[in-house]
Ligand binder design. Structure first.
Ligand SMILES: Nc1ncnc2c1ncn2[C@@H]1O[C@H](COP(=O)(O)OP(=O)(O)OP(=O)(O)O)[C@@H](O)[C@H]1O
Ligand SMILES: [Mg+2]
Length: 252
């Protein structure tokens, strides 16, 4: 089996706070995996561990069979909080082009014709070509998120990690983004952290339920018991967070 990611016995602490405990998770090549779980459940920490931003206390991670430090292909990453660069004085096209820098070219790299072609093609994919020369500070939240996703893809990754990319995005734009991700998924393995369960049922191949431990990993057939265990104490969170009706129910 050709795995995109293999995680064995992963435990992460921040000082005395245990964020992840004994996680074992394998993600197949070309999977589209959603990670769900309550706030503080360790979802971002898991993704940051794969990126090597967070150092685990215990455990092993392999990316396409390689240890993270040996894996040299850029990993496409859209962080949960990228708002801090929203006010930066830089144009949309230039943000996307920075993704090209991760392709092994140095800081003083002059972008090639191919770099521009790739970046412009990307804008076209999400119908935001008209925003090409706009300052990113002038973009709406949804437009900005699209640019962040395109920047991640401009690195031509084999693996794309998205941390709540559709929070605060309207339904039409969400659909556009998910359709785009579905297309990308033909050649790229995708891990998506989301609270958007409607998307999970229609776009994603597998789901992982995370709350410090991994409570479930598999096809999208969650029953209430798993949701209850993952989200700790159930009814409220099911009502406000994960509407279980969008997930298949074993009991029905
Ligand atoms: N840099 C940090 N320093 C200390 N504690 C941290 C740090 N980052 C996260 N934590 C703690 O680790 C736990 C897991 O946090 P994490 O951000 O991974 O959760 P999450 O599932 O992504 O939550 P959310 O849905 O709110 O984004 C939380 O208890 C959090 O307070
Ligand atoms: Mg998070």
């Amino acid at each position: 089996m050709n795995y995109a990611i293999e995680i064995k016995d992963l435990t992460v602490y921040y000082n005395n706070t245990c964020a992840l405990s004994g996680i074992n998770l394998t993600v197949a090549k070309n999977d589209f995996l959603a990670i769900i779980g309550p706030n503080g459940g360790g979802k971002s920490t898991l993704v940051k561990s794969v990126l090597g931003i967070v150092k685990p206390q215990n455990g092993e991670i392999k990316i396409f069979g390689q240890r993270p430090e040996k894996y040299t292909v850029p990993i496409g990453y859209v962080p949960q909080f990228s708002h801090s660069i929203h006010d930066f004085p830089i144009m949309v096209i230039d943000v996307i082009l920075t993704g090209r820098l991760q392709r092994g070219t140095g800081l003083f790299h002059r972008y090639s014709k191919k770099d521009y072609e790739i970046a412009e093609n990307m804008l076209d994919k999400l119908n935001i070509t008209h925003l090409k020369d706009r300052q990113i500070s002038e973009l709406s939240g949804g437009q900005f998120q699209k640019v962040m996703i395109l920047r991640a893809l401009a690195t031509e990754p084999e693996l794309l990690l998205l941390d709540e990319p559709t929070a605060n995005i309207d339904n039409d734009s969400k659909t556009q983004i998910y359709e785009f991700l579905k297309e990308i998924n033909r050649s790229v393995t995708i891990i998506l952290i989301t609270h958007d369960t409607a998307a999970i049922s229609s776009y994603v191949k597998n789901v992982a339920c995370l709350n410090k431990k991994l409570f479930y990993h598999g096809e999208i057939e969650l029953d209430n018991d798993i949701i209850q265990k993952t989200f700790g104490c159930p009814v409220d969170l099911i009502a406000h967070g994960v509407p279980h009706r969008v997930l298949k129910n074993h009991g029905e």
